[in-house]
Ligand binder design. Structure first.
Ligand SMILES: Nc1ncnc2c1ncn2[C@@H]1O[C@H](COP(=O)(O)OP(=O)(O)OP(=O)(O)O)[C@@H](O)[C@H]1O
Ligand SMILES: [Mg+2]
Length: 248
Protein backbone atom coordinates (compact mmCIF):
# COMPACT_ATOMS: atom_id res chain seq x y z
CA UNK A 1 0.00 0.00 0.00
CA UNK A 2 1.40 3.38 -0.97
CA UNK A 3 -0.73 5.67 1.18
CA UNK A 4 -2.52 4.59 4.33
CA UNK A 5 -4.68 7.10 6.18
CA UNK A 6 -5.63 5.17 9.26
CA UNK A 7 -8.45 6.26 11.51
CA UNK A 8 -7.55 9.97 11.64
CA UNK A 9 -9.36 12.68 13.52
CA UNK A 10 -8.72 16.31 12.59
CA UNK A 11 -9.85 19.33 14.57
CA UNK A 12 -10.27 23.00 13.78
CA UNK A 13 -10.13 24.31 17.31
CA UNK A 14 -12.81 22.31 19.10
CA UNK A 15 -14.65 21.29 15.94
CA UNK A 16 -13.82 17.77 14.77
CA UNK A 17 -13.98 18.08 10.98
CA UNK A 18 -12.88 14.45 10.52
CA UNK A 19 -13.83 11.74 12.98
CA UNK A 20 -11.82 8.57 12.59
CA UNK A 21 -11.64 8.27 8.82
CA UNK A 22 -9.54 5.74 6.90
CA UNK A 23 -8.53 5.94 3.24
CA UNK A 24 -5.98 3.81 1.40
CA UNK A 25 -4.37 4.18 -2.01
CA UNK A 26 -2.40 1.46 -3.78
CA UNK A 27 0.43 2.24 -6.18
CA UNK A 28 -1.02 3.05 -9.63
CA UNK A 29 -4.56 3.41 -8.35
CA UNK A 30 -7.04 6.24 -8.91
CA UNK A 31 -9.05 6.80 -5.75
CA UNK A 32 -11.77 9.42 -5.42
CA UNK A 33 -13.22 10.89 -2.25
CA UNK A 34 -16.68 12.33 -2.92
CA UNK A 35 -19.07 14.17 -0.67
CA UNK A 36 -21.16 17.31 -0.26
CA UNK A 37 -19.99 20.76 0.85
CA UNK A 38 -18.43 20.72 4.28
CA UNK A 39 -18.01 16.93 4.31
CA UNK A 40 -14.30 17.16 5.16
CA UNK A 41 -12.82 16.41 1.73
CA UNK A 42 -10.32 19.28 1.66
CA UNK A 43 -9.49 18.67 5.31
CA UNK A 44 -8.57 15.08 4.41
CA UNK A 45 -6.11 16.23 1.74
CA UNK A 46 -4.67 18.93 4.01
CA UNK A 47 -4.07 16.32 6.71
CA UNK A 48 -2.19 14.16 4.20
CA UNK A 49 -0.08 17.03 2.88
CA UNK A 50 1.04 18.16 6.33
CA UNK A 51 -0.84 21.47 6.39
CA UNK A 52 -3.03 20.07 9.17
CA UNK A 53 -1.98 17.53 11.77
CA UNK A 54 -4.39 14.83 12.95
CA UNK A 55 -5.19 14.77 16.65
CA UNK A 56 -5.57 11.00 16.43
CA UNK A 57 -4.70 8.20 14.00
CA UNK A 58 -1.82 7.71 11.59
CA UNK A 59 -0.85 8.66 8.03
CA UNK A 60 1.68 6.31 6.47
CA UNK A 61 3.28 6.90 3.09
CA UNK A 62 5.43 4.15 1.63
CA UNK A 63 5.79 2.63 5.07
CA UNK A 64 6.83 5.88 6.75
CA UNK A 65 4.72 7.81 9.27
CA UNK A 66 4.17 11.31 7.85
CA UNK A 67 1.38 12.57 10.11
CA UNK A 68 3.52 15.11 11.99
CA UNK A 69 5.68 16.23 9.08
CA UNK A 70 5.78 19.73 7.56
CA UNK A 71 4.22 20.33 4.13
CA UNK A 72 7.73 20.73 2.65
CA UNK A 73 8.88 17.40 4.04
CA UNK A 74 5.73 15.67 2.80
CA UNK A 75 6.26 17.14 -0.67
CA UNK A 76 9.88 16.00 -0.63
CA UNK A 77 8.75 12.50 0.29
CA UNK A 78 6.83 12.39 -3.02
CA UNK A 79 3.29 13.61 -2.36
CA UNK A 80 2.35 16.49 -4.62
CA UNK A 81 -0.70 18.50 -3.79
CA UNK A 82 -3.01 20.42 -6.11
CA UNK A 83 -5.05 22.43 -3.62
CA UNK A 84 -8.59 23.72 -4.01
CA UNK A 85 -8.95 26.81 -6.18
CA UNK A 86 -6.17 26.87 -8.81
CA UNK A 87 -3.39 28.85 -7.18
CA UNK A 88 -1.25 30.36 -9.89
CA UNK A 89 1.19 33.23 -9.51
CA UNK A 90 -0.74 35.68 -11.66
CA UNK A 91 2.12 38.05 -12.48
CA UNK A 92 4.63 35.32 -13.31
CA UNK A 93 4.43 33.86 -16.78
CA UNK A 94 3.34 30.31 -17.54
CA UNK A 95 6.87 28.95 -17.80
CA UNK A 96 7.93 30.55 -14.51
CA UNK A 97 4.88 29.05 -12.82
CA UNK A 98 5.70 25.61 -14.15
CA UNK A 99 9.36 25.87 -13.13
CA UNK A 100 8.35 26.45 -9.52
CA UNK A 101 7.37 22.78 -9.53
CA UNK A 102 10.99 21.80 -10.16
CA UNK A 103 12.63 23.87 -7.48
CA UNK A 104 13.22 20.99 -5.06
CA UNK A 105 14.77 18.78 -7.75
CA UNK A 106 18.41 18.46 -8.71
CA UNK A 107 18.18 16.02 -11.65
CA UNK A 108 18.58 18.66 -14.35
CA UNK A 109 18.41 16.44 -17.43
CA UNK A 110 15.25 14.76 -16.18
CA UNK A 111 13.69 18.12 -15.33
CA UNK A 112 14.06 19.29 -18.93
CA UNK A 113 12.51 16.07 -20.23
CA UNK A 114 9.60 16.37 -17.82
CA UNK A 115 9.13 20.02 -18.74
CA UNK A 116 8.88 19.10 -22.43
CA UNK A 117 6.43 16.32 -21.61
CA UNK A 118 4.17 18.70 -19.70
CA UNK A 119 4.11 21.10 -22.65
CA UNK A 120 3.22 18.18 -24.94
CA UNK A 121 0.46 17.16 -22.58
CA UNK A 122 -0.95 20.69 -22.44
CA UNK A 123 -0.20 22.35 -25.80
CA UNK A 124 -2.06 25.47 -24.73
CA UNK A 125 0.58 26.04 -22.04
CA UNK A 126 3.31 25.80 -24.66
CA UNK A 127 1.56 28.40 -26.80
CA UNK A 128 1.16 30.79 -23.91
CA UNK A 129 4.50 30.11 -22.26
CA UNK A 130 5.51 33.77 -22.04
CA UNK A 131 2.18 35.19 -20.95
CA UNK A 132 1.26 36.04 -17.36
CA UNK A 133 -0.60 33.15 -15.73
CA UNK A 134 -3.28 35.59 -14.56
CA UNK A 135 -4.37 35.98 -18.18
CA UNK A 136 -5.20 32.29 -18.58
CA UNK A 137 -8.78 31.03 -18.44
CA UNK A 138 -9.91 28.97 -15.45
CA UNK A 139 -9.46 25.72 -17.36
CA UNK A 140 -6.00 26.71 -18.54
CA UNK A 141 -5.03 27.62 -14.99
CA UNK A 142 -6.18 24.19 -13.85
CA UNK A 143 -3.90 22.61 -16.51
CA UNK A 144 -1.10 24.85 -15.25
CA UNK A 145 -1.40 23.79 -11.60
CA UNK A 146 -1.60 20.13 -12.60
CA UNK A 147 1.46 20.61 -14.84
CA UNK A 148 3.32 22.30 -12.00
CA UNK A 149 2.46 19.43 -9.63
CA UNK A 150 3.69 16.93 -12.22
CA UNK A 151 7.00 18.73 -12.43
CA UNK A 152 7.72 17.88 -8.82
CA UNK A 153 7.95 14.29 -10.12
CA UNK A 154 5.55 12.98 -7.50
CA UNK A 155 4.85 9.39 -6.55
CA UNK A 156 1.29 10.35 -5.77
CA UNK A 157 -0.68 13.42 -6.67
CA UNK A 158 -3.63 14.64 -4.62
CA UNK A 159 -6.07 16.97 -6.36
CA UNK A 160 -8.82 18.95 -4.69
CA UNK A 161 -11.83 19.34 -6.99
CA UNK A 162 -10.25 19.47 -10.44
CA UNK A 163 -13.63 20.24 -12.02
CA UNK A 164 -14.63 23.16 -9.80
CA UNK A 165 -16.00 25.98 -11.94
CA UNK A 166 -15.00 24.45 -15.26
CA UNK A 167 -17.22 23.94 -18.31
CA UNK A 168 -18.08 20.26 -18.87
CA UNK A 169 -15.84 19.90 -21.93
CA UNK A 170 -12.86 21.24 -19.97
CA UNK A 171 -13.61 18.86 -17.12
CA UNK A 172 -13.57 16.03 -19.66
CA UNK A 173 -10.18 17.23 -20.90
CA UNK A 174 -8.71 17.44 -17.38
CA UNK A 175 -9.86 13.90 -16.60
CA UNK A 176 -8.59 12.61 -19.95
CA UNK A 177 -5.17 13.93 -19.05
CA UNK A 178 -5.28 12.41 -15.56
CA UNK A 179 -6.26 8.99 -16.93
CA UNK A 180 -3.54 9.27 -19.58
CA UNK A 181 -0.95 10.03 -16.90
CA UNK A 182 -1.90 6.95 -14.98
CA UNK A 183 -1.85 4.83 -18.15
CA UNK A 184 1.45 6.10 -19.52
CA UNK A 185 3.38 7.00 -16.40
CA UNK A 186 1.76 4.92 -13.71
CA UNK A 187 0.88 8.02 -11.73
CA UNK A 188 -1.07 7.33 -8.55
CA UNK A 189 -3.95 9.71 -7.90
CA UNK A 190 -6.11 10.68 -4.94
CA UNK A 191 -8.85 13.00 -6.18
CA UNK A 192 -11.48 14.92 -4.24
CA UNK A 193 -14.71 15.48 -6.18
CA UNK A 194 -18.19 16.79 -5.53
CA UNK A 195 -19.61 14.95 -8.52
CA UNK A 196 -20.19 11.29 -7.76
CA UNK A 197 -20.94 10.63 -11.46
CA UNK A 198 -17.51 11.93 -12.37
CA UNK A 199 -15.87 9.85 -9.65
CA UNK A 200 -17.69 6.69 -10.72
CA UNK A 201 -16.37 7.23 -14.25
CA UNK A 202 -12.76 7.99 -13.37
CA UNK A 203 -11.90 6.08 -10.20
CA UNK A 204 -10.92 2.51 -9.48
CA UNK A 205 -12.24 2.90 -5.95
CA UNK A 206 -14.17 5.58 -4.18
CA UNK A 207 -15.08 6.74 -0.72
CA UNK A 208 -18.16 8.73 0.18
CA UNK A 209 -17.47 11.22 2.95
CA UNK A 210 -20.20 13.11 4.77
CA UNK A 211 -20.17 14.96 8.10
CA UNK A 212 -16.56 14.01 8.74
CA UNK A 213 -17.14 10.27 8.44
CA UNK A 214 -16.74 7.70 5.68
CA UNK A 215 -20.24 6.53 4.79
CA UNK A 216 -19.37 4.11 2.02
CA UNK A 217 -16.33 2.67 0.33
CA UNK A 218 -16.07 0.37 -2.65
CA UNK A 219 -14.82 -0.43 -6.13
CA UNK A 220 -16.31 1.89 -8.74
CA UNK A 221 -17.21 -1.17 -10.80
CA UNK A 222 -19.45 -2.42 -7.99
CA UNK A 223 -21.18 0.93 -7.47
CA UNK A 224 -21.98 1.88 -11.07
CA UNK A 225 -25.75 2.10 -10.68
CA UNK A 226 -25.06 5.05 -8.36
CA UNK A 227 -27.85 4.24 -5.93
CA UNK A 228 -25.77 3.33 -2.89
CA UNK A 229 -23.43 6.23 -3.59
CA UNK A 230 -26.26 8.76 -3.73
CA UNK A 231 -27.76 7.35 -0.57
CA UNK A 232 -24.46 7.65 1.30
CA UNK A 233 -23.85 11.10 -0.16
CA UNK A 234 -27.20 12.60 0.78
CA UNK A 235 -27.86 10.54 3.87
CA UNK A 236 -31.34 9.35 3.01
CA UNK A 237 -32.91 6.65 0.90
CA UNK A 238 -34.34 7.48 -2.48
CA UNK A 239 -38.04 6.88 -2.92
CA UNK A 240 -38.66 6.65 0.81
CA UNK A 241 -40.91 9.39 2.09
CA UNK A 242 -42.31 9.95 5.50
CA UNK A 243 -45.83 11.00 6.28
CA UNK A 244 -46.46 14.63 5.50
CA UNK A 245 -43.39 14.93 3.26
CA UNK A 246 -43.65 15.67 -0.40
CA UNK A 247 -42.11 13.12 -2.76
CA UNK A 248 -40.50 15.02 -5.61
N1 LIG B 1 -10.02 26.83 8.66
C1 LIG B 1 -11.13 26.32 9.19
N2 LIG B 1 -11.52 26.68 10.44
C2 LIG B 1 -12.63 26.18 11.00
N3 LIG B 1 -13.44 25.28 10.42
C3 LIG B 1 -13.11 24.88 9.18
C4 LIG B 1 -11.95 25.38 8.50
N4 LIG B 1 -11.88 24.80 7.29
C5 LIG B 1 -12.94 23.98 7.20
N5 LIG B 1 -13.69 24.02 8.34
C6 LIG B 1 -14.90 23.23 8.62
O1 LIG B 1 -14.58 21.86 8.55
C7 LIG B 1 -15.58 21.13 7.87
C8 LIG B 1 -14.99 20.41 6.66
O2 LIG B 1 -14.54 21.38 5.74
P1 LIG B 1 -13.83 21.00 4.37
O3 LIG B 1 -13.30 22.26 3.78
O4 LIG B 1 -12.88 19.90 4.59
O5 LIG B 1 -15.07 20.45 3.51
P2 LIG B 1 -15.13 20.03 1.98
O6 LIG B 1 -15.70 18.66 1.95
O7 LIG B 1 -13.83 20.25 1.32
O8 LIG B 1 -16.23 21.04 1.40
P3 LIG B 1 -16.32 21.77 -0.05
O9 LIG B 1 -16.93 20.75 -0.96
O10 LIG B 1 -17.27 22.90 0.21
O11 LIG B 1 -14.96 22.21 -0.46
C9 LIG B 1 -16.67 22.12 7.55
O12 LIG B 1 -17.65 22.05 8.55
C10 LIG B 1 -15.97 23.45 7.56
O13 LIG B 1 -16.84 24.48 7.91
MG1 LIG C 1 -13.19 21.49 -0.17
Amino acid sequence: MLLDVDNITVHYGRLAALRGISVTVEEGEIVCVVGPNGAGKSTTLLAISGVLHPTDGAVTFDGKNIAGMSPEAVARAGISQVPEGRHVFTTLNVEENLRIGTRMRKDRAEIEKDYKRVLELFPVLAERRRQPAGKLSGGEQQMLVIGRALLTSPRIMTIDEPSLGLAPNLVDRVYEVLLELRRNRGLTLLIVEQSSERALKAADRLYVLRSGEIQLEGKAADLQDGKRVRQAYFGFEEGVTHEGEVDF
